[in-house]
Design a protein around this ligand. Structure first.
Ligand code: F3S
Length: 295
């Protein structure tokens, strides 16, 4: 656990500070822009799973005709299949094409890079290992492209993995950098013919996590904003709690209560990659109102 700063150094009045790099990353921004463009053509726009892990932003899109589905069978009458930033396996895309759907690909270029690496490394004879969460859609899509890849969540799982010969380690783009380093060290210490470690965690994720952790060290209470189903938001919550600060995971301003702020003068806000600016601003406004006793 990191050392907390001396509270005597704190400014007198209540404060609220937002961690640098909080909110929507360029990959999600691009996906939202492509969704808006597709909706502007007045065709049905279908998406397998939420486009972004933010219920409020999804409600806004759905009000404009965007439809989230669990399987392609639900997409009646064709239209557009929008591939979200997590990507999709090629078999699913092929199936959509067979059904006469037009594909709009919003796979984040950094996620695409992991997919391409997994395919190329497997082709070159490496056993590909993906550091990530097996159930996460990004990881499922990577496996769709490179079905022989194996997924592990931490160094312990990696040590237990049956590996031989040439092995390459890549990561889910939103994976924890610390955990990836531990896994890389565990991989290198194994008796393998060749090990390649390719750092594929996105810079926006690294920066967001670093800034949230630094902020958590100098405030009394943290609010981490983002969907409860968002892996990168949950990771921020874990990181802030790991700094020993009271941390609340909230999706919208209405969830911030006076109780959360009782006895805490310095509030910090960090937000996951899917959280729009307007939600961050609403949460800061709510904190300020509660701090001033106006709410
Ligand atoms: Fe892409 Fe990084 Fe965002 S991988 S979707 S820019 S969190």
């Amino acid at each position: 656990m990191a050392k907390r700063k001396n509270p005597d150094q704190a400014p007198a009045g209540p404060t609220v500070e937002v961690a640098a790099g909080s909110g929507v990353c360029f990959g999600v921004q691009r996906a939202l822009r492509l969704a808006e463009e597709a909706l502007a053509h007045r065709q049905a726009v279908w998406c397998l799973g939420p486009l972004i892990h933010n219920p409020q932003e999804m409600e806004r899109l759905e009000a404009n005709g965007f439809r989230v589905i669990e399987s392609l069978q639900e997409a009646e009458g064709g239209g557009v299949l929008l591939i979200r930033s997590h990507g999709l396996g090629p078999d699913v895309v092929e199936e959509a094409r067979r059904r006469g759907m037009r594909i709009v690909d919003a796979t984040c270029p950094l996620v695409r890079r992991v997919q391409t690496l997994a395919v190329e490394l497997a082709r070159e004879g490496y056993q590909v290992v993906v550091a990530g969460e097996a159930a996460h859609p990004e990881v499922r899509a990577i496996l769709g492209h490179s079905p022989t890849a194996k997924v592990v969540g931490d160094a312990e799982e990696l040590r237990a993995l049956d590996l031989a010969g040439r092995v390459a380690l890549v990561a889910q783009t939103t994976f924890s950098p610390e955990r990836f380093r531990e896994m890389a060290a565990a991989m290198v210490s194994r008796d393998l013919a060749e090990v390649r470690v390719i750092h594929t965690i996105c810079a926006a994720t690294v920066e967001r996590q670093r800034a949230a952790a630094l902020l958590a060290e100098r405030v009394d209470v943290m609010f981490v904003v983002g969907g409860r189903n968002s892996a990168n938001t949950n990771r921020l919550v874990e990181l802030c709690r790991g700094r020993g600060v009271a941390t609340h995971h909230v999706e919208h301003a209405g969830e911030v209560t006076a109780e959360h702020l009782r006895g805490h003068r310095r509030a910090g806000v960090a937000a996951g990659a899917s959280t729009p600016q307007w939600i961050i601003e609403a949460i800061c406004g709510r904190i300020k109102a509660l701090q001033s006793g106006a709410d």
